[in-house]
Design a protein around this ligand. Structure first.
Ligand code: THU
Length: 136
């Protein structure tokens, strides 16, 4: 993707992080999901006192987009840090990688940001040999 596309996705993810509800971990995460036709859906992590129902920022972005009728995605930016301070890359958890695999091809791009630099990986790199609908 173009550098300016990555930068604008990162900016949207950083803005989304302010909506994080994370009183238990104090780890705030923001995500910005880009559709193939250029729309951006954002998400932030939402925690629960019983912990298990906690949902990651990436899945909030995906499920919001899918609920809005979207099915075709090209990239997602993910940022996060303690107290919302972004000073390291925040790679998506395994569950989120699996959800990405449900809707995206292996060339789907995942944009990470450590506060200074971005790193772009493909879903195929993050979850190789994945189990998908084609296995059922
Ligand atoms: N979290 C995300 O939102 N996305 C990830 O991919 C990793 C973890 C959230 C879940 C929880 O609210 C907090 O970060 C600490 O694990």
């Amino acid at each position: 993707m173009k550098r300016e596309t990555a930068r604008s996705l990162i900016e949207a993810a950083v803005n989304a992080l302010s909506c994080s509800y994370s009183p238990y971990s104090n780890f705030k995460v923001g995500a910005a999901l880009l559709t193939k036709d250029g729309k951006i859906y954002t998400g932030a992590n939402i925690e629960s006192a019983s912990y298990t129902p906690t949902i990651c920022a990436e899945r909030v972005a995906f499920f919001t987009a899918v609920h809005s009728g979207e099915k075709d995605f090209s990239a997602i930016a993910v940022v996060g840090g303690k107290e919302g301070v972004i000073n390291a890359f925040c790679p998506p958890c395994g569950v989120c990688r699996q959800v990405m695999t449900e809707f995206c091809d292996p060339d789907f791009e995942v944009v990470l940001f450590d506060g200074d630099n971005e790193k772009i990986m493909t879903l195929g790199e993050l979850l190789p040999e994945s189990f998908t609908k084609s296995n059922i």
